[in-house]
Design a binder for this molecule. Sequence first.
Ligand SMILES: O=P(O)(O)OC[C@H]1O[C@H](OP(=O)(O)OP(=O)(O)O)[C@H](O)[C@@H]1O
Ligand SMILES: O=C(O)c1cc(=O)[nH]c(=O)[nH]1
Ligand SMILES: [Mg+2]
Length: 188
Amino acid sequence: MAEFREAGALLEGHFILTSGLRSPLFIQKMFVFMDPVRTERVCRALAEKVQATFGDIDLVVSPAVGGIIPGYETARHLGAKAVFVEREGGQFVLRRGFEIPAGARVLMVEDIITTGLSSRECLLTIKSHPGQVVGAACLIDRSAGKADLGVPLVALASFEVPAYPADQLPPELAAIPPVKPGSRSLGA
Ligand SMILES: O=P(O)(O)OC[C@H]1O[C@H](OP(=O)(O)OP(=O)(O)O)[C@H](O)[C@@H]1O
Ligand SMILES: O=C(O)c1cc(=O)[nH]c(=O)[nH]1
Ligand SMILES: [Mg+2]
């Protein structure tokens, strides 16, 4: 978390998350990923945890946009290849000629997990291809382990961050105009 704090990535306000939930805290991971040296440090640490938990990995698959940089950098430290899925008509698909070879030991790498919805969508797409999903990894798990991905998850940091349905906002949050920083449902 110190790396995220030092990068100025811990933002306070009123945020609309990709799940539609509202939160007073947003982790702007791109403020970490804009610094290659910092990104190397956090992803090396994640790769060490992954290696110790799952063993060798052949291929990392990440959900665009946020997962692309940590997926690539974590793969580099694992000695693996890295590809990503991206949204086409709202669904994650493997485009650009990327393939998941049969027999490959596959790791899903996400930047941040809140509800786990994006990770589950990504895993569903991965499982529609050959390859063996051995688990998932993320830099920050905002659910403190509550999100169920259906595969084992390794998180570099894990803590519970408040998030509320839009119709159950505490008054101090309702008083702030909301912003939506993520890329889900952005138009063409
Ligand atoms: O666990 P969840 O409730 O799904 O929330 C976490 C997801 O939200 C963010 O992505 P977002 O769709 O906002 O777009 P981005 O990857 O372009 O930042 C983040 O990168 C995760 O993918
Ligand atoms: O849940 C999200 O959409 C989300 C939360 C967060 O802190 N950072 C982020 O990029 N996305
Ligand atoms: Mg994302």
